[in-house]
Write a protein that binds this ligand. Structure first.
Ligand SMILES: Nc1ncnc2c1ncn2[C@@H]1O[C@H](COP(=O)(O)OP(=O)(O)OP(=O)(O)O)[C@@H](O)[C@H]1O
Ligand SMILES: [Mg+2]
Length: 235
């Protein structure tokens, strides 16, 4: 099988004025379709930076990202955006919900954006919506705006928003960071199940060692580099 994601020699240096912050160095790895990869490592080790590059949100300083056989750097900004919207579900570390829209509005707009330019437009998958919101326990909160939701509820809306488009790749940046054990387990099960059943490729950043154990592989980062790749043995 061909890898769905290939990161080759990625480097990223943030520049603000004269200050240079090296965030990634020589990062190379690949991910098979349907694989579930957990990414762990200390704060500041470059995990979110890696996700922003894989998702085409931030350009790398060096190296390349190939998604489903397409080299991101060879695409125009418009083409890269289109590919991201159609293929990638992003759960942001800080949620990034639109503040003026309700929870439902935030989920709907993700569907609408993924459908831009599609003809005929696919209708919102109501049964998937009901399934996701029930499993995430936000079905009673859909009319609320983000500032009327708890941090954990906002996080769960952000997860529903990422999954409603049935993306082939899910990049989830600490999706259980604000959740209690019950909701955290529900989210992890949901990601694990959709990876298995929909052959969805999931990359998940986590600080929780137990959460990382549900993945197929665990990738460890330190100081902007990959320092370990471990295959998880499942019973
Ligand atoms: N926009 C930016 N401008 C300058 N430096 C940045 C920027 N974003 C991140 N950095 C720096 O790059 C490094 C990696 O940051 P990143 O957010 O990728 O870490 P992380 O592993 O996701 O950490 P955490 O676990 O705390 O979320 C850090 O030193 C950070 O300060
Ligand atoms: Mg981060």
């Amino acid at each position: 099988m061909n890898p769905i994601i290939i990161a080759q020699d990625l480097g990223k240096t943030y520049r603000s004025g004269k200050l240079e912050v090296p965030a990634l160095r020589n990062v190379s790895f690949s991910v098979e379709p349907g694989e579930f990869v957990a990414i762990v490592g200390p704060s500041g080790s470059g995990k979110s930076t890696l996700f922003h590059i894989l998702g085409g949100l931030t350009p790398a300083t060096s190296g390349s990202v190939t998604i489903e056989g397409t080299d991101f750097s060879k695409l125009s900004d418009g083409e890269r955006t289109k590919m991201r919207r159609a293929r990638i579900g992003f759960v942001f570390q800080r949620f990034n919900l639109l503040p003026t829209l309700s929870a439902m509005g935030n989920i709907e707009i993700a569907h609408d954006i993924a459908n831009l330019g599609a003809s005929p437009k696919r209708p919102l998958d109501k049964s998937l919506l009901d399934h996701l919101t029930a499993l995430l326990g936000i079905d009673g909160r859909l009319e609320h705006r983000p500032n009327e939701l708890s941090g954990g509820e906002q996080q769960r809306v952000a997860i529903a928003r990422a999954l409603i488009t049935r993306p082939s790749i899910v990049l989830a940046d600490e999706p259980t960071g604000n959740l209690d054990t019950k909701n955290s387990d529900a989210v992890l099960n949901m990601l694990r199940t959709s990876s298995r059943e929909l052959n969805q490729t999931v990359l998940m950043i986590t600080h929780n060692p137990a959460a990382a154990q549900i993945a197929d592989r665990i990738l460890t980062m330190r100081d902007g580099q990959i320092t370990g790749i471990e295959t998880v043995q499942h019973a």
